[in-house]
Design a protein around this ligand. Structure first.
Ligand code: SF4
Ligand code: SF4
Length: 359
């Protein structure tokens, strides 16, 4: 096994990687484009980072919500190591609140993150070393960070990805691309593939799922990843009446063609009703193939239609412990931060509040 300078064998809060300590005791997080400015006790929009006495910490380092093994094509990634198998892992927390999200329990993960903050969580903790050993033991060729938004889990993603690369595994990062340039620069040496959503070109669509998100910023992040040398594949989940306008979708195809190249793969997935969008029908095949045709007309050479598959959910839903080389009891012991710096106060629970929104 390759080695890391910082070894973490037990669950504990990790200092947030990209933070700016401000003079008034608040701290700004620069992992995603929320750039939350937080006071002592406050947690960011994602709920996964907390300010304690002027320093930001990640609550979810090493905490896994799901593991699955699948062909890399299911991420979906088609033009990187085809025919190989990848171990997908995710934690809790997302920078968006999509009305049609299929992964709510783990993507928002509000209850799981609250339990971590209270020191009452029984979620699986897996050190980076254990994670990479698990992947090697299952004979996969890569590790994918997915299910929730990996930008809010960057500390762990970086440690695992560095170790994975040192041990001959490739790495895939499945993202909404609401991320900062700084985060992408940290990731670039260790991430081989970005599979990114382009959800729409309509600003209203993005505002609805995240009031801070600008279409231009998301596209700029994807282009930045491409410029940094990360292999980029994009995906759009076609939601009836929400983002199925063919001219807008032609616009996405044209943007990919002009900014990522005519060979850049675009994955078109079927929407399945969920959560706030449970009243909408699943996307019909005719629509998906019409999108395919406009993309081909726009000059894209690699357009893939997924008639049978929506978002990137864990397929098997085996318990996380099933993949680990430990007893269920050991995996699900109560997680309390191993460090002693929190003192009696514990991890404060005050959540992100509208009146304290990032400025
Ligand atoms: S949402 Fe989370 S990851 Fe994003 S800036 Fe806020 S605290 Fe950081
Ligand atoms: S669909 Fe993706 S970006 Fe949207 S809330 Fe779910 S995990 Fe987050």
């Amino acid at each position: 096994m390759g080695s890391l300078s910082k070894q973490t064998d037990n669950y504990q809060l990790q200092e947030t990687r990209l933070q700016e300590k401000l003079q008034d005791g608040t701290t700004r997080c620069h992992l995603c484009l929320w750039r939350c400015r937080l006071k002592h006790g406050q947690r960011g929009f994602c709920q996964a980072h907390v300010n304690r006495n002027g320093t930001l910490y990640n609550l979810s380092y090493g905490i896994l919500s799901a593991i699955d093994i699948s062909p890399v094509e299911e991420k979906p990634v088609r033009h990187f190591r085809p025919g190989t198998r990848v171990m997908s892992i995710g934690s809790y927390g997302c920078s968006f609140r999509c009305g049609g999200c299929h992964n709510l329990d783990i993507s928002w993960g509000v209850d799981a993150l609250d339990n971590l903050a209270r020191g009452e969580s029984t979620e699986a903790y897996v050190s980076p070393q254990q994670m990479v050993e698990t992947a090697l033991r299952h004979n996969v060729q890569g590790i994918a960070f997915t299910y929730s938004e990996p930008a809010v889990w960057l500390e762990y993603v970086l440690d695992v990805a560095e170790l994975a690369k040192a041990n001959g595994l490739y790495t895939v990062y499945v993202s909404n691309s609401f991320v900062t340039d700084e985060a992408l620069e940290e990731l670039a040496p260790y991430i081989d593939v970005l599979c990114s959503d382009i959800k729409s070109l309509d600003q209203e669509f993005y505002t609805d799922i995240c009031r801070m998100a600008k279409v231009g910023d998301v596209l700029a992040s994807i282009e930045k990843a491409h410029a940094l040398g990360i292999h980029v594949e994009t995906r759009t989940n076609i939601i009836p009446t929400r983002n199925d306008n063919l001219e807008m979708l032609r616009g996405i195809a044209t943007w990919i063609h002009d900014h990522l190249g005519e060979d850049s793969p675009w994955h078109i997935t079927r929407f399945f009703p969920a959560f706030k969008l449970a009243h909408l029908p699943a996307t019909d095949s005719t629509t998906l193939w019409a999108v395919h045709d406009v993309a081909r007309q726009a000059g894209l050479k690699n357009v893939y239609v997924y008639d049978d598959k929506g978002c990137d959910c864990a397929q098997e839903n085996l318990p996380v412990a099933a993949y680990l080389d430990e007893s269920e009891e050991a995996v699900h012991q109560v997680k309390k931060c191993h460090a002693s710096c929190c003192g009696d106060e514990g991890i404060l629970l005050k959540k992100y509040e509208v009146s304290d929104s990032p400025k």
